[in-house]
Design a protein around this ligand. Sequence first.
Ligand code: FAD
Length: 459
Amino acid sequence: MVPSMTSPYATVPLVSFDGAESIRGSLYSPDRYRNLESIFAGSEGRSFSVRGAGLSYANLSFGRGSSSIAMTQFNRFLDFDEVTGVVEVEAGMTLGTLRSGQFLGDGTLKSSRAILQLQSVVVWPQMFMVKNQFQDLNFKEQVQFVHLFHPVHGYIYCDRLTNPEVFNLTCGGFGLTGIVISVGIRLGRLMSSGVETETIEVEDIFQLPKMLRENSSKFDLLYSWHEFNTQNNWGHGFLKAGRQVEMKNDKANGDSCDLSALAKAKQLLSEQRGRHLPMSLLFSSSVWLMNLAYLKKELFNGKGQIQPLVEFLFPVLQKTVYFDLFGRPGFHETQVLIPFDKFEAVMTELRSGLKKFSTPVTLASCKLFTGRQELLRFIGEGIVLAMNFPRNDTSAKLLDWWDQVVIEAQGLPNLAKDSRLSAEVVKKCYPQYDLFLEQLHKWDPKRIFQTAFAVRLGL
Ligand SMILES: Cc1cc2nc3c(=O)[nH]c(=O)nc-3n(C[C@H](O)[C@H](O)[C@H](O)COP(=O)(O)OP(=O)(O)OC[C@H]3O[C@@H](n4cnc5c(N)ncnc54)[C@H](O)[C@@H]3O)c2cc1C
């Protein structure tokens, strides 16, 4: 039988995880190179978007009139260099699958040499990727090279020395430079997959910068959580700090817990989130009660708990029902980087803004950030504050007001998290917006890769 040259294709609902955008669109799911290439045959004038699991909060992987290409079937392990710790995998390989080695023996490996190499990946002591932005910087630092496909340029290898401009534009380029086929990622060695945790009370949010700084050198992992729904003791919360420890029977305990957390994440689908609930169940009173109970529980737990690393890094993976409670209307996430010297003034403004707009804050969490900001990458020096709200008119108005506070404070919003940000706001916050635009149009003058996100931001 002659194998089909066309890629599997369907018209499907495409929804952003935050519920902001929902369309019926074309989705290709190629499973081999010739299928991928055939999508572009005679495609003059059409536009495309690239998609992984489609779990970004904002509308990054689809758009009206743009055909999405899901790379989930390009999911093979390709190579591993035991000396440098660089693993090469295809773009559809999830970090969870790579971490667990679950694909061992599933027939996707190219050769017996690769199987041997893979076994050495799996036995590498508890390898993992970025665990702490403050110490390890962002994910781009772990990416060593990229194999990219673009219908005009063909297949291109790029790294920091070869085609550096394309490499730089592709990492944090929101899928607008072409299709990443495979990547080389530098892995780090972990002592164990267990974390000894400590919960430290934050009584006064204005003390947070000092507390984060003091504790950042004492712990491997650090974030904070806050209650923003009461005016009394506003911002009361805790620092969650973690230190890597050798766990007894580490392999058995740590890995089994890791896998259960990751298995839950695997089942997440943007199209399924909250679909049975026509409205949000997160009201001011229910959120306040939920947060109070959570705060009490965390403060009670105190010191010396041992937790699997994945659960510590992604506590929300254990509570994915949280996202369903927003119902079909969905939620807003805002994640902004606030310069250290502006933190106090921004918190004072935020407190009055939340009082004025009166909308429940279902999550508020901070962490330290460091690194040099470039192009449209969410990186820089300061404190990152993430907040969630049920999606409705009041929270949208609050966030329009919040944009101005962030601009005034020379803060940086995370573009991948907020479906609502306008080109005007992004231009004011990202000094290299014009440079990104110029480099992108130089690389792809026809702008073949287009998404709702790119259109909204004028890219
Ligand atoms: C429950 C939950 C918890 C989360 N927690 C965190 C968190 O703690 N920290 C955090 O940073 N994020 C978090 N996120 C967001 C998370 O970063 C994204 O959901 C996820 O990393 C995006 O991966 P994806 O495969 O779903 O990408 P998609 O949403 O499919 O795509 C993301 C972007 O990458 C591009 N892209 C995808 N594949 C390719 C390719 N092969 N070639 C070129 N471009 C491509 C797309 O065009 C798009 O612009 C969370 C999301 C969920 C649902």
